[in-house]
Design a protein around this ligand. Structure first.
Ligand code: ADP
Ligand code: MG
Length: 147
């Protein structure tokens, strides 16, 4: 388990970027944390590290946004609004989860039954006792040298 503390959005972006630069084909990143904690900021960093040229935003009304312009295909899921896991089956999620690209799932805790054992879990938390922009980022399933 790796814990990294960031003091502002740029540091969280940079952390994502370093991870994106070293990301390996087939990896699945699950992101958890409250609304507005920085999941999408982190995701934008990963996308940047993968060399994706287009802007990455939270796909609010679609579960999945696909980016093909980087070093590896990047599949950005945001399952915040998912009603039923059948919606994941409809989009054929397993082709992405078990494919050769990088999957990143915001609000992964909403689809626990679909998450493979072999994944990289990223949890972002605020701390009311700390500065407003402080974030504690806990990463499980990734070695130090992959960051
Ligand atoms: P989420 O996707 O988790 O709902 P966003 O990434 O969309 O959250 O928004 C995070 C917000 O918090 C942004 O406005 C960002 O500028 C701000 N922010 C402040 N400090 C940090 C930090 N340390 N890391 C990430 N985002 C931060
Ligand atoms: Mg988001």
């Amino acid at each position: 388990m790796i814990i990294i503390e960031t003091q502002n959005a740029k540091e969280t972006f940079q952390l994502g970027k370093r991870i994106g630069e070293k990301a390996l084909a087939g990896q699945i990143y699950t992101l958890n944390g409250d609304l507005g904690v920085g999941k999408t900021v982190f995701t934008q960093g990963v996308a940047s590290g993968l060399g994706i040229p287009e802007p990455v935003n939270s796909p609010t009304f679609t579960i999945l946004q696909e980016y093909d312009g980087g070093r590896l295909p990047f599949y950005h899921f945001d399952v915040y609004r998912i009603g039923d896991i059948e919606e994941m089956e409809e989009i054929g999620y397993d082709d992405y989860f078990f494919g050769e690209g990088i999957c990143l799932i915001e609000w992964a805790e909403r689809i626990p039954e679909l998450l493979p054992e072999n994944r990289i879990s990223v949890t972002i938390e605020k701390d009311p006792a700390r500065d407003f922009d402080y974030r504690k980022i806990t990463i499980e399933g990734l070695e130090e040298d992959q960051i």
